[in-house]
Ligand binder design. Structure first.
Ligand code: IYR
Length: 246
């Protein structure tokens, strides 16, 4: 076994340049860890994407809280390279719906999605109609910041933008589900129109769109099963050994 840590972190030189603070992580005893792990799994396992929403209004404060939660996501060099654009305006939602349906008509009716793709989607039953973009009380579009545009006109690189935004999107979905709101991970494609419709700057690209609201009471969802642990986890406890003589 090697020494625990050879190098002090932060080094005196690093700490002199940049502030560090002690991390107070939440800690639980073994029993509580197991209980919390099971409860969180159960909560997340009960999540489903929905395509039919109630038009009942949702408080802006809930959307703001979900965005703050998403924005706790880890990101490359802590750049937080995301902008969450939120609208509850009937006018803006109608414009998004009209533009998304234009694109989806080409996808579905003019075969922009090939046969294999259409076959994969058949059990979900999607088509070019996107009423949910007007019915859901909120639309939030997550934009990735391809680079940082500083107010003084300077540009700075962002790092691992897609990975960072993907993680933030997952945390946003979890936050919404935890507060009893439903969403759909929607990527109208191509979705460049969102930059224009929402008046976003040149450094931002739409990453994913979320219609958000309460699920329509009685809504049906495809009877999908999630892969069992054995199908999604592989445990490796030895290095692959080619000299074993097998
Ligand atoms: N953008 C289209 C197609 C679509 C693609 C996948 I992959 C889905 O899981 C669902 C839909 C649409 O939104 O209908």
């Amino acid at each position: 076994m090697s020494e625990l840590y050879e190098h002090p972190y932060p080094s005196a030189a690093l700490a002199a340049e940049h502030p560090f603070v002690e991390y107070h992580a939440p800690a639980f005893d073994a029993e509580e860890m197991a209980a919390r792990a099971a409860a969180f799994y159960e909560l997340m396992e009960s999540r489903r994407s929905v395509r039919l929403f109630s038009d009942e209004p949702v408080d802006a404060s809930l959307i703001e809280q979900a965005i703050m939660t998403a924005s706790t996501a880890p990101s490359g060099a802590h750049k937080q390279p995301w902008t969450f654009v939120a609208t509850s305006s009937a006018e803006v939602k109608a414009a998004i719906r009209a533009a998304a349906e234009e694109e989806e008509k080409v996808n579905y009716l003019e075969n922009r999605m090939n046969d294999e793709w259409q076959e994969a989607l058949a059990p979900i039953g999607t088509d070019w109609h996107k009423e949910f973009l007007e019915v859901a009380p909120w639309i939030v579009v997550l934009f990735e910041q391809r680079y940082e545009q500083r107010p003084d006109g300077e540009r700075r690189k962002n790092y691992y933008v897609k990975e960072s935004c993907g993680i933030a999107a997952g945390m946003f979905i979890a936050a919404l589900h935890n507060m009893g709101l439903a969403t759909l991970t929607h990527t109208p494609s191509p979705m460049a129109f969102l930059t224009k419709t929402l008046g976003r700057p040149e450094n931002e690209r739409p990453f994913v769109l979320f219609p958000i609201g309460r699920p329509l009471p009685g809504v049906q969802v495809p009877d999908l099963a999630r892969k069992p642990l054995e199908d999604v986890m592989v445990r490796v406890d030895h290095l692959p050994n080619e000299d074993k003589g097998v």
